[in-house]
Design a protein around this ligand. Structure first.
Ligand SMILES: N[C@@H](CCC(=O)N[C@@H](CS)C(=O)NCC(=O)O)C(=O)O
Length: 206
């Protein structure tokens, strides 16, 4: 079986799926297909054939069916890999990982909105208070992981993968934001995660 992952090497959401696929031993069954999606720029072929929402990543199965959204793709791969390996199958751990993953999805969404606001939106239309509001959400989100819970220390799961991808995206697009200094536990966690070949091999190119 060969699945096709529409991705960009710069996308933190696609990186999460790639790390999951490597960790689950499924990466050899996935062909990586680069795609370009930029707000304000059309990509009619992608919209028609892959994802009407014009977002990455998307996973096209052998059957032609397309799975969208990085969490759903990761959930699909987790099930293919036996189930419950990156997303616990039941009990409190299932809801903890899913809820933390949702927080991290929001953090990364807000970072992406900041990126689009500062690099894509035409200068006269930029809204600084809106940018600051989203950046504050990113910071408060990381603060939560710096201070609470066992996310940084438990065995590998999808929330941890999402966390390392959010930090990697900050290094790529907001290199001067100072997250390492502000969040020393996240810094140590990032270093530890970078020892995994799956994480090191998927660092976005600068
Ligand atoms: N909830 C989606 C978010 C995906 C997403 O926002 N991807 C970005 C690329 S990193 C994208 O497609 N941006 C294009 C756009 O929003 O116009 C997921 O988890 O897959």
């Amino acid at each position: 079986m060969v699945m096709k992952l529409s991705f960009s090497p710069l996308s933190p959401f696609a990186r999460k799926v790639r790390i999951a696929a490597i960790e689950l031993g499924l990466i050899d069954q996935i062909e990586l297909v680069p795609a370009q999606v930029v707000p304000g720029t059309a990509n009619d072929a992608y919209v028609k054939q892959i994802n009407p929402l014009k977002k990455l990543p998307a996973l096209t199965l052998d059957s032609g069916e397309v799975i969208v959204d990085s969490f759903v793709i990761a959930e699909y791969l987790d099930e293919l890999g036996g189930g419950g390996r990156l997303i616990p199958a039941s009990g409190p751990a299932k809801w903890r990982v899913r809820s933390e993953h949702s927080l991290l999805q929001g953090i990364t969404d807000s970072m992406l909105l900041c990126r689009y606001e500062s690099a894509v939106r035409p200068e006269p239309y930029r809204w600084h208070a809106w940018y600051d509001d989203h950046w504050a959400r990113v910071w408060a989100g990381w603060q939560r992981f710096e201070q609470h819970g066992d996310t940084l220390t438990r065995p590998l799961d999808l929330a941890q993968i999402a966390l390392v991808c959010s930090l990697g995206y900050a290094d790529l697009r907001f290199a001067d934001c100072g997250w390492r200094k502000a969040f020393p536990k996240l810094d140590a966690f990032h270093d530890k995660m970078m020892q995994r070949p799956s994480v090191a091999a998927t660092v976005p190119p600068t």
